[in-house]
Design a protein around this ligand. Structure first.
Ligand code: ADP
Length: 246
C-alpha cells in the first residue's frame, strides 16, 4: 500500500540555523505517529515540510504517493496548528461555518448540497460539539476550538490529521477526552501525526514514535521505543518524562 507520507534525506535550515537534518521517514496508512523531541528539535519544521508548507533545502517528500510540491488533494489533510490558533478566530464566523469550510474543497464556494450539510452535522456530532455549532469560534475555549478544527478536517473527509501540540492550554480532563477522540478517529482508519511534549500521552496513544533532535534519532513502533534506551536517552537525564495515569 502507498504510504501516507514519505520523506527521504530531507534537510532544512532557517538561514544558518539547521532545523531538520537528513531525515528519512515513512508514515503508513492508518498509523498513529507521535513526533517527540526537546524544544527546538525540529518537530514543527518537519511537520511543515511534510505538509508542503515549507520547501526542503534537499531531499524528497511525497504525500499519498505524490511529490508534495505538486500535491493537489488538500482536502485529504487536516492540520491543527500549534496553540489552537487559526485565522478563523479573527473572523466573525460560527463553529458551523468553520466546519462548513471543510466542505468547500468538495463543493467550491457554491451552495452546499444536502450531502454537504449532512457531512457537517456528522462531523460536529463526532467531535461532540453540536451544542456549540452556532457560537462564534473566537468565543470557544482552546479544547473546544481544537474540536472544531478537527470537525472541519472530518467534514472534508481528511484521511491524514496532523496536530501540533493541540492541547496546550487545555485542562487535564478535556485533554484526556481529546486524546480519546483522536484514538477513536485513528481506529476509524484516519492516519494521525501528533506533536506532543507529554511523553505519557504519546506512549499511551501512538503506535509509532519518531524522536527528533534535528536528526531523526529514533523511529519505530511504540513498544520497541519504550523498551529501548531511546526513551531514557531522550528524556531521562532532563527529567521531562511525565507519567500518565489511567
Ligand atoms: P520544535 O517544534 O521541535 O520546537 P522547531 O521546528 O520549531 O522545533 O524549530 C527548530 C529550530 O529552528 C529551532 O532552533 C528554532 O529556533 C528554529 N526556527 C524555527 N522556526 C524558525 C523561523 N521561523 N526562523 C528562524 N529559525 C526558526
Amino acid at each position: 500500500m502507498t504510504d501516507v507520507a514519505h520523506l527521504e534525506n530531507v534537510t532544512f535550515s532557517y538561514g544558518e540555523q539547521p532545523a531538520v537534518t537528513d531525515v528519512t521517514l515513512s508514515i503508513g496508512a492508518g498509523e498513529f505517529l507521535g513526533l517527540i523531541g526537546p524544544n527546538g528539535s525540529g518537530k514543527t519544521t518537519l511537520l511543515h515540510l511534510l505538509l508542503g508548507l515549507l520547501e526542503p533545502d534537499s531531499g524528497r517528500i511525497e504525500l499519498f504517493g505524490q511529490p508534495v510540491s505538486s500535491f493537489d488533494q488538500g482536502e485529504r489533510i487536516g492540520y491543527v496548528s500549534q496553540g489552537a490558533t487559526d485565522r478563523a478566530e479573527t473572523m466573525p464566523v460560527t463553529v458551523r461555518e468553520v466546519v462548513r469550510m471543510g466542505r468547500f474543497a468538495h463543493a467550491g464556494h457554491s451552495r452546499l448540497s444536502e450531502e454537504d450539510r449532512t457531512a457537517v452535522d456528522a462531523a460536529l456530532a463526532t467531535v461532540d460539539i453540536v451544542n456549540l455549532a452556532e457560537r462564534r469560534i473566537g468565543s470557544l475555549s482552546g479544547g473546544q476550538r481544537q474540536r472544531a478544527y478537527i470537525a472541519r478536517a472530518l467534514a472534508s473527509e481528511a484521511d491524514l490529521l496532523a496536530l501540533d501540540e493541540p492541547t496546550v492550554g487545555v485542562d487535564a480532563e478535556s485533554r484526556d477526552a481529546f486524546y480519546k477522540l483522536l484514538a477513536s478517529l485513528n481506529e476509524r482508519g484516519i492516519t494521525i501525526v501528533l506533536i506532543e511534549h507529554d511523553i505519557g500521552v504519546v506512549t499511551d496513544r501512538a503506535d509509532h514514535i519518531a524522536c527528533l533532535n534535528t536528526h531523526l534519532y529514533h523511529h519505530g513502533d511504540t513498544e520497541s521505543f519504550v523498551e529501548s534506551d531511546a526513551l531514557a536517552d531522550a528524556y531521562g537525564a532532563s527529567g521531562r518524562i511525565v507519567q500518565h495515569h489511567h
